[in-house]
Ligand binder design. Structure first.
Ligand SMILES: [Zn+2]
Length: 300
């Protein structure tokens, strides 16, 4: 496991260096392992690796996907080594795969590059109540989510839609920018840019603080619910699901709630947009809106 982690770190260091080289022509890159440090004494001191304005454009998009892929591979290798990776033949993996397959056609319009994404779905046995979709279409669901929330099909589609929306809109870029800056300053030793690649599956130790902005959360709610409603999943499950996560979080710390803070504003937004989303769902399932059956929200 450790050699996998070391290998991934070396690769990430190389990528971080090449990001600097490709995006900032003025930056000097010596060796793959040496992340250039641009401080006030540097002639190029006005350039900073973490400058959010610098991480834009097709080259940066490709880099972000490449970094995500390397960290995803590391996560899968670690899970495999610890016998925590569920086989692709497992019914739970197939279920999440089916949800992703259903959502995918409606996701493309939100990110042109996603047409060429090689989507992957993996389930890892760990107590975390958590799921991610990284840029490039790399989905991971931790079994704690299934064991503690038992999401319905509609709820799973709303969650995966939300996670896919973060990936499509590249919300992780802000976190990557910030970690690149820390790498550049030398205050981050292991270049875990997304940070899901090297942590203790049981205790969660080493898992970084992944958190999106309130605006990003609302955008992921809107886009995720829209994608899932068009794919024929009941959008009323979005509000119900996040309320259940919030309720569980009151009884025990839930990783999903920490990464995606559930604010009154988010829940109000979901409520307010429900009529529009229901219209999409009705159209997708070829029914008039007023003939949709009542929705019975699950209780925890
Ligand atoms: Zn979110």
């Amino acid at each position: 496991m450790k050699s996998v982690a070391r290998h991934a770190r070396a690769l990430l260091a190389m990528i971080a260096a090449s990001v600097v080289a490709s995006i900032m022509p003025g930056a000097r890159v010596a060796h793959a392992e040496e992340i250039p440090r641009l401080d006030s004494r540097d002639p190029n001191g006005d350039l900073r690796v973490g400058n959010p304005m610098a991480m834009r454009g097709p080259a940066a998009d490709a880099m972000l996907e490449q970094i995500a892929m390397i960290e995803y591979r590391q996560l899968i290798a670690d899970a495999t080594a610890q016998r925590r990776l569920l086989p692709q033949t497992d019914a739970r993996v197939k279920h999440v795969h089916d949800v992703v397959d259903n959502l995918m056609p409606y996701a493309l319009k939100w990110n042109d590059r996603s047409r060429n994404w090689n989507w992957e779905v993996n389930l890892v046995r760990a107590p975390r109540v958590d799921a991610y979709c990284m840029p490039g279409g790399k989905v991971v669901v931790f079994t704690g989510l299934l064991d503690k929330l038992h999401p319905t099909d509609d709820e799973m589609a709303m969650l995966i839609g939300h996670e896919i929306a973060h990936a499509l809109r590249q919300h992780a870029r802000v976190m990557v920018d910030e970690r690149m800056e820390r790498l550049n300053r030398g205050t981050l030793s292991a270049p875990q840019l997304f940070g899901i690649g090297d942590f203790d599956f049981d205790t969660g130790e080493g898992f970084p603080d992944v958190r999106y902005s309130a605006d990003d959360e609302r955008e992921a709610d809107v886009i995720g619910t829209e994608i899932a409603a068009r794919a024929g999943f009941d959008p009323r499950a979005a509000l119900g699901f996040w309320q259940r996560v919030e309720s569980l979080d009151r009884r025990m710390p839930v990783e999903l709630a920490a990464a995606h803070p559930i604010t009154a504003g988010r829940l109000d937004d979901l409520r307010r947009r429900q009529p529009d989303m229901l219209a999409l769902y009705a159209k997708a399932t070829r029914r008039p809106v007023d003939s949709l059956p009542a929705y019975h929200a699950r209780l925890n």
